[in-house]
Design a protein around this ligand. Structure first.
Ligand code: FRU
Length: 479
């Protein structure tokens, strides 16, 4: 480790030391979501299962609640309930990553953990350069940078980043998010026999392929994996126009289901589907564990959206991860369910039957700053609403088959909404933390994720129905 690297780490830890107690005093500090100790957190990185431990690295800016030269922070867990913050994995200290150790992934080979990431560099004139880099570890905790392993191929701008690596039939593959010189988004593929020498194979989809000529000007954070016999490409495209209820956020995250032809380097796939219907979801990344489960984490925010108004910045921190979700495929649709391990957080369970006839009532939520609410056996004439701490409202309008999540905007000036259609609502599963709501609908057919910032002390969770609505409600306090 160079002296400069040590100095950056020392300064980052000093920042944590100085400000963590302020962050921890924030009433909007989360109870069961991954957050930065201080500073800014964005993408999940290097998610991997190794020797009984799940590793979740993250894009981290320790010095401010804005973006900049990112570090890789690091958390580990064995059970998804108690997490440990580990030493900084990567600091932006070298010529090839001096303006940020940007997003990437982890793989295990021969009992060593390899981190692949993008070295973000600005030259003297401020022009961007991009390098795909690797760092190696024997213990999963300390990493030795090995430098650049792949360079920018011709035909692309320097918006070329976020390597996700996997093994297929004895060879290694790396998918990267790219922008063509014509300013269009693509996912491109590299291959390697040894993880150190990489050959560029070409684009697998995006601009010019699969009929996707105008599908954004940049694709970030691709992830490609096989699931139940199909290949799934998750990607975060930038530059899609809003289209009805779709693409309402500044940038999107979604997936294509198809088959990757490794010989011809092409992914034939069906249409793009957004992963989350809420306000705050981006740059998801998945791992496969020893049980063969495909587990997803995402950043619970969207770049260039609302960051200005997050009240947590006054307490020197911003952003968090989503809860981990298990992915399965149903036809060409990804189903996302909260990991079963999360049930270990449940305390003081209650079960109530709610029968409303044009009425409203308070749900007996012991602590709405850390609650799980599972609504089942829904039988409703025209629909119903659940109002959470007067800051977010979940509603179902049966006639239109419409689900809506509303929240007070972060600047406090308006109510904003996200919607999706559903044919038949039978289950609503909510995880409510101090400043977030995640709603899983019909066992993961759709999910809404949103940050929200309720006024401390405003603690009511209320159900309301115009006509008749009956449902069974399970309620727990978490942790
Ligand atoms: C996505 C992203 C990535 C990049 C990282 C930088 O949120 O822009 O493309 O690697 O964040 O922090």
């Amino acid at each position: 480790m160079t002296a400069h690297d040590q100095e950056l780490r020392r300064r980052a830890y000093e920042e944590v030391e100085k400000k963590e107690h302020i962050a921890d005093s924030d009433p909007h500090r989360q109870h069961f979501h991954i957050m930065p100790p201080v500073g800014l957190l964005n993408d999940p990185n290097g998610v991997v299962y190794w020797k009984g431990v799940y590793h979740l690295f993250f894009q981290w800016q320790p010095f401010q609640t804005g973006h900049g030269a990112k570090f890789w922070g690091h958390y580990t867990t064995c059970d998804f309930v108690s997490w440990k913050r580990e030493e900084i994995a990567l600091a932006p200290s070298d010529w090839f990553d001096k303006n940020g150790c940007y997003s990437g992934s982890a793989v295990v080979k021969d009992d060593r953990l390899y981190l692949f990431y993008t070295g973000n560099v600005r030259d003297q004139d401020g022009n961007r350069e991009t390098y795909q880099c690797v760092a190696v570890s024997d213990d999963g905790l300390t990493f030795e940078k090995k430098g650049v392993v792949a360079r920018l191929p011709e035909g692309y701008t320097a918006h070329f980043r976020d390597p996700k690596v996997w093994e297929h039939e004895g060879k290694w593959y790396m998918v990267i998010g790219a922008q063509t010189e014509n300013m269009k988004g693509q996912a491109v593929l590299f291959t390697s026999n040894n993880l150190t020498e990489w050959t560029f194979l070409g684009p697998i989809t995006g601009a010019g392929l699969n009929g996707l000529n105008d599908f954004g000007y940049m694709w970030e954070c691709p992830d490609l994996f096989s699931l139940q016999g199909s290949d799934v490409l998750i990607v975060s495209p930038q530059g899609l126009e809003a289209d009805g209820y779709r693409y309402q956020n500044v940038y999107q995250s979604g997936y294509f289901v198809g088959q990757l032809d490794y010989e011809k380097t092409g992914l034939m796939h069906a249409a793009f589907t957004e992963l989350d219907q809420g306000f705050d979801f981006y740059a998801p990344q998945t791992l496969e564990d020893d049980q063969g489960r495909r587990i997803l984490f995402a950043w619970m925010a969207v770049p260039d959206q609302d960051e200005k108004y997050h009240p947590t910045k006054d307490y020197h921190w911003i952003h968090c991860m989503t809860l981990p979700r298990q992915l399965t495929l149903s036809g060409e649709k990804l189903i996302q369910q909260p990991l079963p391990e999360l049930k270990a957080m449940r305390k003081n369970g209650q079960e109530v039957q709610i029968n409303m006839y044009g009425s409203s009532g308070t749900l007996p939520v012991e602590n709405p700053e850390r609650a799980e609410i599972l609504i089942e056996d829904i039988d409703t004439e025209s629909g119903f609403e659940i109002d959470i701490r007067a800051t977010a409202t979940f509603s179902f309008r049966k006639e239109e088959g419409l689900i809506t999540l509303e929240r007070t905007s972060f600047d406090g000036t308006k109510t904003e909404a996200r919607h999706c259609r559903i044919s038949n609502l039978h289950t609503v599963h909510m995880f409510i933390d101090a400043s977030s709501v995640e709603v899983f609908i019909n066992h993961g057919e759709e999910v809404f994720s949103a940050r929200y910032f309720p006024f401390p002390g405003n603690d009511q969770v209320t159900a309301r129905s115009n006509g008749r609505s009956e449902m069974k409600v399970g309620i727990w306090t978490l942790m």
